[in-house]
Design a protein. Structure first.
Length: 202
């Protein structure tokens, strides 16, 4: 087991690296966005993989994350196993508290269950996972999602309707919020190619 000094050094390296990332990203994003930055991004998760492409490194630049997303028929899957079927796939969100996202983060998640596409609020708060049902959306239908970051919690909206609030860690060290993009799983990789179209609302 690492000693206290090693753990402190690891945290210092992480914070310094994160700070450098924030400065670099802020410099890049301070420029006027190019027209293509405002277009829909087509995220693809290949069969047998978890991560989506394109792979992006960006920071949340405000206290609100707002976007529109559309799922097509590739969101439909069947693992023939109830436990696997209820694993949450990640849509979009951000890390929090100057920490890794498995320590503190807020995201929308989704699963195909009972012949419908279910949307969830999916957070880590002080290392503990918290999930709450948000609603159901239709295939090939564009829906609007929003996470509002407050001093006490994450407020989740679906199509401009406030659905739920998940409490934020009371020991949160506020600062950098790196973006978290589509990811399939859970433990199982994508059983076939999955496509999600996302456009940010600035």
């Amino acid at each position: 087991m690492p000693n206290v000094e090693t753990i402190v050094n690891m945290k210092t390296v992480f914070r310094n690296t994160l700070a450098a990332f924030v400065i670099a990203t802020s410099t890049l994003m301070s420029c006027e966005p190019a027209p293509e930055d405002l277009l829909i991004r087509h995220f693809i998760i290949k069969k047998g993989e978890h991560y989506s492409t394109p792979r992006l490194a960006e920071m949340l630049q405000s206290k609100r994350l707002r976007f529109k997303a559309t799922f097509d028929e590739s969101a439909i899957y069947d693992f023939n196993d109830a436990a696997l079927q209820t694993n949450k796939n990640k849509l979009l969100g951000f890390s929090d508290c100057n920490s890794l996202h498995h320590e503190n983060s807020a995201r929308f998640a989704w699963q195909w269950l009972n012949d419908r596409l279910e949307i969830y609020a999916y957070c880590y708060v002080g290392g503990e996972r918290v999930e709450q049902f948000v609603g159901v959306v239709n295939i090939n239908e564009e829906n609007e999602y929003e996470i509002e970051l407050t001093s006490h919690g994450y407020i989740f909206y679906l199509n401009n309707e406030k659905i739920t609030t998940i409490a934020r860690s009371n020991s949160c060290d506020q600062g950098a919020y790196y973006m978290l993009y589509p990811y399939f799983g859970g433990s199982e990789p994508a059983p076939h190619q999955v496509r999600i179209d996302i456009s940010m609302i600035r």
